[in-house]
Design a protein around this ligand. Structure first.
Ligand code: AMP
Ligand code: ZN
Length: 138
């Protein structure tokens, strides 16, 4: 379940060295090479999944507890007061490496700046219509 030319497959399976903060049979969690803040970690499954839609049930059930443990350890060790879990799917969503990964980004009193988006007003009818579109494709 590895992909030939995938850098995260190689890192997750120890073929390329990394600053590893956590490892078990399913995952390796490493420090991001270009951190948003001190301690920014990415959790990589050892098997190759392109994104969250490809993830198998075991891996998806296991990833959140790992993220919670790492976030708690960051608070205990680095002095951050919170952390964000971020997970990008698709180039338009900011995904640049197409091997599923979960970001754990420590938040300190002075930053980094929050991940933001512009919010818009929406009518109830439009919300219902959109909900129906999604629901019909589940
Ligand atoms: P995403 O934009 O969600 O696909 O995130 C990819 C992340 O992987 C970025 O934050 C990169 O800085 C990080 N990254 C890319 N290559 C490496 C690498 N060799 N070691 C550690 N982090 C990496
Ligand atoms: Zn891979």
């Amino acid at each position: 379940m590895r992909e030939e030319n995938c850098i995260f497959c190689k890192i997750a399976n120890g073929e390329i060295p990394s600053a590893t903060v956590y490892e078990d049979e399913n995952f390796r969690a490493i420090l991001d090479l270009n951190p948003a803040s001190k301690g920014h970690t990415i959790i990589l499954p050892k098997n190759h999944f392109k994104d969250v839609c490809e993830l198998d049930e075991n891996t998806s059930a296991a990833v959140l507890p790992v993220a919670a443990r790492i976030g708690a350890a960051m608070k205990a060790s680095l002095g951050c007061t919170g952390f964000n879990l971020v997970q990008n799917n698709g180039a338009s969503a900011g995904q640049t490496v197409f091997h599923f990964h979960m970001h754990v980004i420590p938040r300190y009193e002075d930053g980094p700046a929050m991940v933001t988006w512009e919010q818009h007003q929406s009518e109830a009818e439009e919300l219902q219509q959109t909900a129906t579109q999604i629901k019909n494709n589940l």
